[in-house]
Design a protein around this ligand. Structure first.
Ligand SMILES: [Zn+2]
Length: 220
């Protein structure tokens, strides 16, 4: 009985360690910027998207806000100008793997390194500069990802506030969720590939400002 309980506890821990980027077990991830100032950081995963990303960039520009875009490498071909625009307008670009494959966390060491490097190179070719910011697909971490991050000297960025914006929640609900969880240095996870991404971003920025916060720029 005790052994079964211990085994269950170990399994639960291993699950948490892999599936919560905040666990810090395998990868040391920045999940909140240490500051007492009322500033938050916007991050977007899974772009670039030829339709949605330009609208998201327009909203950011209108609000004079900066963000970090964790791009999927395989989506960059044909969208190089969008990456160039992100960089030119003062946003950060990070690596979100080349394939974003469901099986990414299970890749062997060589394959994983190659996948991450390929994304890093695609960003480099599009923008002319190298990024070391990295967000693992699905926020999953494990020993292989940990080794790859060390090997490539990447800075892993997690999040403080997950908006679950891909799960079909409405914009007002997401803005409320963010308002409740706001705190100095919070990193907010959003996506720039959804039809409602731009409109939602506007609501998020307004909610952040109403609470007296500013939008900051993550440093490399
Ligand atoms: Zn993703």
């Amino acid at each position: 009985m005790i052994i079964a309980l211990a085994a269950a506890a170990i399994l639960a821990f291993l699950f948490y360690a892999s599936y919560s980027i905040k666990s810090q077990v395998y990868v040391k991830a920045l999940c909140r910027v240490k500051t007492a100032e009322k500033v938050v950081y916007l991050t977007f995963d899974d772009g670039p998207d030829a339709e949605q990303t330009p609208q998201v960039l327009d909203v950011l520009k209108r609000n004079n806000a900066k963000a970090t875009f964790f791009c999927i490498g395989s989506r960059i071909a044909g969208n190089e100008a969008l990456l160039k625009r992100m960089a030119d307008e003062g946003h950060q670009i990070g690596i979100h793997s080349f394939s974003h494959a469901n099986g990414f966390p299970l890749f062997g060491r060589g394959r994983m390194l190659a996948d991450i490097r390929r994304c890093q190179q695609a960003i480099e070719q599009a923008t002319g500069s190298t990024t070391t910011l990295f967000r693992p697909p699905f926020g999953v971490t494990n020993p292989t990802i940990g080794k790859a991050v060390k090997n490539l000297n990447l800075k892993t960025i997690g999040w403080t506030i997950r908006t679950y914006d891909t799960n079909g929640a409405n914009n007002a609900k997401i803005a409320r969720r963010i308002s409740r969880q706001l705190r100095p240095g919070a990193i907010i996870l959003l996506h720039d590939r959804l039809p409602q991404s731009a409109e939602r971003l506007q609501m998020v920025i307004e909610a952040v400002k109403v609470a007296g916060y500013e939008v900051g720029r993550l440093e490399n």
